[in-house]
Design a protein around this ligand. Sequence first.
Ligand code: WT7
Length: 652
Amino acid sequence: MSQPNKSSLTEERIFKPSKDFSKKARIKSMAQYKRMHKESIEKPGVFWAKEAKELAWQKKWTKALDWKAPYAKWFVGGKLNVCESCVDQHLTNGRANKAAIIWEGEPGENRTLTYRQLHREVCNFSNVLLAKGIKPKDRVMIYMPMTPEAVIAMLACARIGAVHSVIFGGFSAESIVDRLEDCQAKAIITSDGGYRRGGVVPLKKNVDDALKKYKAVETVIVHQRIGKEGAPVKMKRGRDVWWHEEAAQVSSKHEAKAFDSEHPLFILYTSGSTGKPKGILHTCGGYLTGTYATCKYIFDMQDDDVYWCTADVGWITGHSYITYGPLANGVTQVMYEGAPNFPDFGRFWDLVEKYGVTIFYTAPTAIRAFIKAGDHFPESRDLSSLRLLGTVGEPINPEAWMWYHRKIGGERCPIVDTWWQTETGAIMISPLPGCTPTTPGTATLPFFGVDAAILDETGQEVGPNEGGKLVIRKPWPSMLRTIYGDKKRYRDTYWNDYAGIYTAGDGARRDKKGNFWITGRLDDVLNVSGHRLGTAEVESALVSHKVVAESAVVGRPHEIKGQGVVAFVTVKAGVKTSDAMAKELRNHVGHVIGAIAKPDEIYFTPALPKTRSGKIMRRLLKELVATGKVSGNITTLEDHKVIADLQAQLKK
Ligand code: WT7
């Protein structure tokens, strides 16, 4: 079981929102939070129905929740079109000419789409999809850079009832193949390329490579982001079409038809403890309710806010807190295509100043990179428009929290440290900015309707400051419905530890005030720069190289990334190892999965430490890379010399 680390146990600084902030916030006091949280846990259906009512439904539900563990149905009998809540409703509520998306490309050009323009684009692209024969429940893969068209593509899929599966643009062609095979996508929406750190990511080319292996895709729609000079692409006749050419041929009028509340909305792949990524399935009514309500209360979105979430739409954060939640709230948001350090580490702060960002949501790994880059970047920009800051993706170390508070928040902005997962769909544990006292390093308290607890192996709640497994004891609207095509894995992964209770896979403890401190994953999943990566995935990528016989991958603390990837590799007999070989293996992993999975270090070893029954003793490797030593019980280890050899290598 995970143990809380010492520094977090001694962290006691408390920061409270200013009176001014609280006065204007939706939830103004802890008394109000506590009362609402209690009611929401006692009667979740009542709380969530009240939130759901604020969305656009074409037919009201008859029952808020139907729960047959581990399967939930929310707003049963209700019908809605998710896109109507995110876009259409704003045409008649006074927001038609309000900026929905203020976009800036990495090279510096910008574009603003009002809600009316966004509506036009989404309707137009919905008609493109329909003309290509896309039907409700068909899977459509989206592999695009951070452009408004990525959001438009997602919304258009939702509008016609198709199920999108967005793949992060940093993933390789091979990763696309695996996901295509799993969800059997009929169409792909991509771009000729996207700008990243001054270069062009060849997205369409990666799609072409993937489609050499997976042939069932009928249509590839290509958005022209770069143009022929920068990203020449080959178009396959009968399969590939240009977005703008198709769009010119169809109307920009489209009536949104309602779908069942439990109609599938999207599949998003995430890493688990086996080599095969899990297709997390989310559905319409509940997911939208969860993302809508969390934006409203946790980001306290107001009509004059300028909100910016720096995530990529390829991750759940981009789905919930760029596309669905913010648009359902009718907020104005900034969207940025490129890297935080292009042309230098001042770019984010330039954008904050230029567009007057008021709410800023980013990841601890980015904050650590900014700290390292130097204070002069934020100090030379005017960040006074900011009123609220957020973080997500991994536990934030107190030093990074304090820097964020001082240098970005000017000591006046509350920080919401939001804990959640691809599976939970929406934020689960977080401060409410107008009332919750915050302490650096803790995500504090559960959101409304979230019955979070920490249990020991026997299912008992642990005492204050004792480590245990983080669980959610009651269903919530934005929870995953299943793992696409694999109900057994769904039950085994999340519902097997305790009957009817969701196990998150994270270790945690609660302090005396009830604050949750997340200590990290309990399974073989790493968190690299806020992204989930299965050690088994990296291992299978390594083993797919012709010289590799066996490998074991573990995480180690990393200054910027949170966790770094360390690989131990045994090569086949007769193969000579070298630095060049290590480099080749790194690149191979990058090629098979994507750059984020490249090992930071590779150690060659004639054998891996194993038990007599042949199981790799990862615990030893983890300890070895973290401390240079191994402690505890190693009597089951088959060959003690292996450890001594590795120790000597690591010292070097
Ligand atoms: C895992 C989920 C949720 C969107 C981004 C990642 C870790 C996430 C926090 C936080 C401590 C966090 C957990 C979780 N995590 N947010 N505020 N404090 N840990 O989504 O890829 O589904 O990963 O990220 O370990 O299980 P994801």
